[in-house]
Write a protein that binds this ligand. Structure first.
Ligand SMILES: Cc1cc2nc3c(=O)[nH]c(=O)nc-3n(C[C@H](O)[C@H](O)[C@H](O)COP(=O)(O)OP(=O)(O)OC[C@H]3O[C@@H](n4cnc5c(N)ncnc54)[C@H](O)[C@@H]3O)c2cc1C
Length: 395
């Protein structure tokens, strides 16, 4: 097959590039490119700019307000956004709950929830994992018991990314304890302002507040918030995970990071040399660059050949996350002692300056720690290998 982009796709790339040049606000671009902390307001602002252009949801079909772009166009869009320094759009609404609502939700749910996801005004969180139920997700114990027109939800979700900003959360809940674990799970949409929900921060290795515990105590959820059929949530949950894992290959972001890493590696250090002059470092950089290019071609191959995310999603998730982690390992090596965020104020929530005083203002150590998460979330890489051995190798 021909893996070159067609003239139409190249023209599309130019159109996206021009739009980004004209419309991506400088303050947002600068923070993203320097990998500084940015705020919810910045992400919402960018989503609204895309929304006004009609590009709010690059992966959605036109009938729901999406672009209707082909998968290759979506990839080009994402890559150009990353290279220009646009913030990554949030997956929880756009790529996770929205496809489930489109496929399994009723008309009322589509009308109520999709517009807020599209314009960025409503933020979603993912309530799958629980203490003791991560890889073994089907063992989850948060219950939803039917009481008239409501479900009463009790239990705990954990590792909830950006749950502190979530307006709504989509949860897997147990509605039947008398059947096989997978057959008693339902998919429930819950307004996070409902009484009985308590969000508690978990501080990560990099000192950031990115994830949370979410507790549910007698939370009353209207039955109309059930997606699809009761006890069929496992099917919807798996459909969502396929979408999540394809996105985790993250080629555009890694290409932007590779470009930044090369800039850092070429900068002269105090001893008058740049780390790119070191043949061992240069070899590893070149190897990684080649692997990233191979990943890009594999993503293109999968997108143009397949009829939707299948077990290939697991392969892309593993490769994408391994390459991402190695990029940040090299960035840490290249920045040396400047990798440390040694400005104490930088750990304060309202801190607005550079994260390191050194040459690149790249908080490489923070990123290095943060990126450990890549091989854990979205289903750990060990679990992805199990899926490949079963579904691809037939073991
Ligand atoms: C930063 C971060 C953000 C996250 N955000 C969210 C979120 O927003 N919403 C959400 O629902 N979840 C979220 N998660 C949870 C994530 O999906 C789980 O952490 C993941 O599924 C692993 O589950 P666990 O942490 O319970 O580890 P465990 O399942 O206890 O696994 C521990 C180790 O054992 C290995 N292991 C387990 N079972 C097997 C097996 N059968 N074969 C081989 N190895 C195995 C795992 O690979 C892992 O290395 C997030 C996690 C992180 C780290």
């Amino acid at each position: 097959m021909d893996l070159n982009y067609t003239p139409e796709q190249e023209a599309f790339r130019q159109e996206v590039r021009q739009f980004l040049q004209d419309n991506l606000p400088d303050d947002i671009r600068e923070r993203v490119q320097k990998r500084l902390r940015f705020t919810k307001d910045m992400i919402v602002r960018w989503q609204q700019i895309l929304y006004k252009q009609g590009w709010g949801a690059s992966t959605w079909p036109k009938e729901f307000g999406g672009t209707g772009w082909t998968e290759v166009e979506q990839l080009i869009f994402e890559e150009e956004c990353a290279l220009a320094g646009a913030p990554r759009q949030l997956d929880f609404g756009l790529r996770m709950v929205a496809p489930v609502i489109m496929k399994f939700g009723n008309q009322e749910q589509k009308d109520k929830h999709l517009p807020g996801i599209l314009d960025g005004s409503v933020w979603w969180s993912q309530g799958y994992s629980e203490p003791g139920s991560g890889s073994d997700l089907a063992s989850l114990r948060t219950t939803a018991e039917r009481d008239g027109d409501y479900y009463i939800v009790n239990g705990q979700k954990t590792w909830t990314t950006l749950g502190q900003h979530g307006d709504w959360i989509f949860c897997l809940v147990r509605t039947n304890k008398d059947v096989k674990a997978q057959e008693g799970i339902s998919f429930l949409l819950i307004d996070m302002k409902t009484p009985g929900i308590d969000v508690k921060p978990i501080i990560m290795l990099d000192g950031e507040h990115e994830i949370n515990d979410v507790f549910f105590e007698n939370v009353k959820v209207p039955v109309e918030n059930l997606v699809g059929e009761e006890d069929k949530g496992w099917t919807y949950a798996k459909y969502l995970l396929g979408h999540e894992r394809t996105g985790l290959a993250n080629v555009g972001q890694w290409k932007a990071m590779m470009r930044r890493l090369k800039e850092i590696a070429r900068e002269e250090q105090d001893d008058g040399h740049a780390i790119i002059e070191n043949p061992r470092f240069r070899d590893r950089l070149a190897q990684l660059d080649a692997e990233l290019r191979a990943l890009e071609l594999t993503v293109l191959r999968v997108l143009t050949n397949s009829s939707g995310p299948g077990p290939e999603a697991s392969i892309l998730k593993i490769r994408g996350t391994e390459i991402g982690q190695r990029l940040f390992e090299l960035a840490m090596e290249a920045t040396g002692q400047d990798a440390l965020a040694h400005i104490p104020d930088a750990l304060e929530p309202d801190y607005d300056g550079p994260m390191v005083g050194g040459m690149n203002a790249v908080p490489a150590a923070g990123d290095y720690f943060n990126m450990r998460k890549l091989s854990i979330f979205g289903g750990s890489n060990e679990i992805q290998r199990n899926i490949i051995s079963k579904l691809v190798l037939g073991l």
